[in-house]
Design a protein around this ligand. Structure first.
Ligand code: ZN
Length: 342
């Protein structure tokens, strides 16, 4: 066995949590084509079959990325669609040693297209049960789109409906969409305050395409428990020190950042600088199908770029479980040890 193969086996065997993963971005080309055929949806590249869709997935500019993302979203119309996606995803997660996943889903974009809320709830919970049968625990992060603040109330109501059926199925409320000053947080603040009062974690994207100020706002105004991406915090040393002191973790997705042009290469990624400054980080894939990466690959790419060995990789795996939105009994059952120093 080569060193690379043995490190892959080592990382695969570590119990891990995947904490930043979008349901729509997890759909592999083969499944995407089956879902598209089910509903008569056209996918970019579908005239050339699986290979064409796979090639379209490789588009590396942001508008192509959004076009594919929206086409995949249109394939999700029935409970069976959602269940099939989650079941397939859970199979891949289990294969990579992921025992718990917090999966982002944007209910209101589907609802706006006419998908009934009840159908989504049914599909998500059925998919969660299918994942459990594969040994993967799932909790959802329901996210609000920054540019659509009117839908924040509906998103929280959706989270409450799911929680009323199965409380453990809801990790929290997220925030995604364009990071632009045109879309201030102000109109959404009461919704996030209510979410916190309900016991939902606040898990926003911030500091991906825009600098440290959005990370600051996510902490100060939203009360974020973790930050999705957050890597641009590195541009503000005082903020880095505060993230470290307060133990607010960043969900870092290096392959996504490179694919979408936030950094030119993993070697240039600020992840090691953030870790050295004492910031808690967890590795994640963001959109594994679109970026052609599984969580184990993300660990191995960082190991290769930064010279990390087994000790660093095991610490990252422990961190992923430590920062999951889980009660301590569930965390311990899944292989995490909350009392173990990271
Ligand atoms: Zn994301």
């Amino acid at each position: 066995m080569s060193t690379h193969d043995s490190l892959r086996a080592f990382v695969t065997a570590l119990p891990k949590a995947e904490l930043h993963l979008h349901l729509e971005g997890s759909i592999q080309p083969e499944l995407a084509l089956r879902l598209a055929a089910r509903h008569g949806v056209r996918l970019p590249g579908d005239e050339a079959g699986v290979a064409g869709v796979r090639e379209a997935y490789r588009c590396r500019d942001f508008s192509a990325f959004i076009a594919i993302y929206l086409a995949l979203s249109r394939c999700l119309q029935t409970p069976a669609d959602l269940c099939d996606v989650l079941d397939a995803l859970a199979g891949r997660l289990a294969h990579g040693g992921v025992v718990h996943a917090e999966i982002t889903f944007t209910p209101m974009t589907h609802h706006r297209r006419g998908v009934p809320l009840e159908a989504m709830i049914e599909g998500l919970l059925a998919g969660r049960a299918a994942a459990a049968a594969r040994g993967v625990s799932i909790a959802f992060v329901f996210d609000v789109v920054r540019s659509l603040p009117d839908q924040a109330d509906g998103t929280l109501a959706f989270a409450r409906s799911v929680a009323a059926r199965t409380r453990a199925a809801v990790a929290g409320l997220g925030l995604a969409g364009p990071e632009h000053e045109r879309y201030p947080l102000t109109p959404m603040l009461p919704v996030f305050e209510q979410a916190r009062a309900d016991g939902f974690a606040v898990l926003p994207h911030a500091g991906e395409f825009v600098g440290a100020s959005n990370v600051r706002a996510a902490i100060d105004e939203l009360g974020a428990r973790r930050i999705g991406h957050g890597v641009r915090a590195v541009e503000d040393p005082a903020l880095v020190a505060e993230l470290a002191a307060r133990g607010i973790p960043l969900e870092v997705c290096p392959s996504s950042n490179v694919a979408l042009g936030v950094y030119r290469s993993i070697a240039e990624h600020p992840l090691p600088r953030l870790r050295e400054a004492g910031v808690e980080v967890v590795l994640a894939t963001d959109d594994p199908a679109l970026f052609g990466v599984e969580l184990v690959d993300e660990y191995l790419r960082c190991a290769a770029a930064f010279g990390w060995g087994e000790a660093e990789l095991a610490a990252l795996a422990r961190a992923s479980l430590a920062h999951a939105v889980l009660d301590d009994a569930t965390r311990a059952r899944l292989g995490g040890a909350p009392d173990t120093p990271l």
